[in-house]
Unconditional design. Structure first.
Length: 487
């Protein structure tokens, strides 16, 4: 049954425009979840979100602390705030993909005089041409940045605007990742980890911004997944493995206890879990230092043994894993719709194949790792070895191999996420101080014509052993309690 339009229920809420905008967003979101949206539905969704965000920003406190509209209370649950922003970006992503596929479908028949575009394709091209500003990326970025600014700049701002600010930063991080700006994706999360940020009132509890985000599991999952992808693409392998391994361990326990099934949207959790496990499979090979729990490492080996064996044998296995695990990248550039129906037009709009470009970028980076892994495997067998002998093992001449020795050090040297430090300097307030580190499990230096190798010191984690034995003991006790003994 279709929901009544906002005008039909206007009398029930005294014509409150913000209430009606929230209702309109909710009904349109439901509509797009149960049917395939048309181009008109997508454009209507854009206008609905613009109206909602304009009203929210209009009623937000001004810089001087005054309330522009006099509204006393506005409280939206944290889960609802995230749902609004998550769906906002989901529809933007879907629209970018829709206009590319529509252009491509029209271009396929343009060169064939015996064919004409289908009516729905022609209608979509006309609608897109008349609404070129629909889902414009600069406007999407404007709303997200404004919501972050409004919710973090003033002490008098209400809890709802604080919720919107921190979930907007999660959404902004996701958007930057989809656009391929990985540094901006990580930087967008700084407001969440700001040590000087005030606590947020969530019901009767006071929580930090990080606790607020972690309390809404879909938001935590979105943050972690896109941050993990961004760290991987920035060659910060330890950070990527650490953040992805941590959330996968939590999810694995949640699947076992059934807690995750109680959360709305849980049907998507399995898909994201499998994607993150695939990312960890990549990281387990390019980052020799293990930062992942043994349970997750075992799952990685079980799920991707075939691909890992291909990589070990020197074959291409990275690309299949990355294609499965990466997000659906988008290009926000608007194509020239007037060219789509002309003979000789490009089959794909210029620059629109963002997905293939990111896969190509990743594979370019991975192309060096086959040689680097082979080099490391030989060096780990020696404490010292002549450069000439090591070069012969790697089927290289000495001059070329010396460049690879330097390349290995450079490729594995990376930034590692530090902790945010409170500072009196307003320019550096709340900035996370990253530190330089390495992802290598061996250290080496070249003296004269000899490579000296020193294995990195291994930290023994006793707590892992004891926690595993405690868990095994609990499992045994639980099995004993379930045994029925007949007297």
């Amino acid at each position: 049954t279709a929901c009544p339009p906002p005008a039909a229920i206007s009398s029930e809420c005294g014509g409150d425009p913000l209430f009606l905008s929230l209702y309109n967003e909710l009904t349109l979101r439901h509509l797009q979840s149960v049917k395939r949206p048309t181009v008109r539905d997508r454009i209507a969704g854009w206008h609905a979100y613009r109206q909602l965000f304009d009203l929210l920003l209009e009623e937000a406190p001004k810089d001087d602390g005054s309330d522009s509209s006099g509204r006393v209370t506005l409280y939206i649950l944290p889960e609802w705030c995230f749902d609004i922003l998550h769906e906002f970006l989901y529809q933007f992503q879907g629209f970018c993909q829709f206009r590319t596929t529509t252009y491509t479908a029209a271009a396929k028949v343009a060169d064939d005089p015996d064919k004409s575009p289908q009516s729905h394709t022609q209608d979509a091209i006309d609608a897109l041409g008349q609404n070129r500003d629909a889902w414009a990326v600069e406007t999407v970025l404007y709303y997200l940045h404004r919501l972050v600014a409004v919710g973090t700049r003033s002490k008098s701002v209400s809890a709802t605007y604080r919720f919107l600010a921190y979930f907007s930063s999660v959404t902004l991080s996701r958007l930057e990742c989809l656009l391929g700006d990985y540094r901006a994706s990580i930087a967008a999360l700084d407001v969440i980890y700001d040590p000087e940020a005030e606590l947020v009132a969530v019901g009767e509890d006071m929580k930090s911004p990080e606790e607020l985000v972690n309390g809404v599991f879909p938001a935590r999952l979105s943050l972690t997944y896109h941050a993990g992808v961004s760290y991987l693409m920035l060659r910060r392998y330890k950070d990527s493995a650490s953040i992805l391994g941590g959330i996968c361990l939590i999810m694995q326990r949640g699947f076992k206890t059934g807690q995750l099934r109680k959360i709305p949207g849980s049907e998507q959790f399995n898909k994201l879990f499998d994607r993150m496990i695939a990312l960890l499979a990549i990281l387990s090979h390019i980052c020799p230092i293990s930062v992942v729990d043994d349970i997750i490492a075992s799952i990685v080996r079980d799920k991707h043994a075939n691909n890992l064996s291909k990589i070990e044998a020197g074959e291409e296995g990275y690309e299949d894993l990355f294609i499965f695990a990466c997000p659906k990248f988008v290009n926000p550039a608007v194509p020239d719709y007037s060219q789509a129906l002309k003979p000789g037009c490009p089959a794909v709009p210029y620059g629109q194949d963002a997905y293939k470009l990111q896969v190509q970028h990743f594979m370019t980076e991975m192309s060096a790792h086959t040689s680097l892994r082979k080099m490391r495997s030989y060096m780990s067998l020696y404490t010292s070895i002549e450069v000439e002998q090591l070069a012969s093992f790697n089927d290289m001449n000495v001059g070329e191999f010396q460049s690879w020795l330097t390349c290995f050090k450079h490729k594995m040297r990376q930034l590692e996420r530090g902790t945010a430090v409170a500072s009196a300097d307003s320019a550096s307030k709340g900035v996370v101080k990253d530190k330089a580190g390495t992802a290598m499990d061996i250290h080496y230096n070249v003296t004269g014509n000899v490579v000296h190798v020193d294995e990195a010191e291994k930290t023994r984690q006793f707590e892992t052993f004891f926690m595993k034995q405690i868990q095994n003991n609990d499992d045994i006790l639980r099995q004993l309690e379930n045994i029925k003994i007949e007297h």
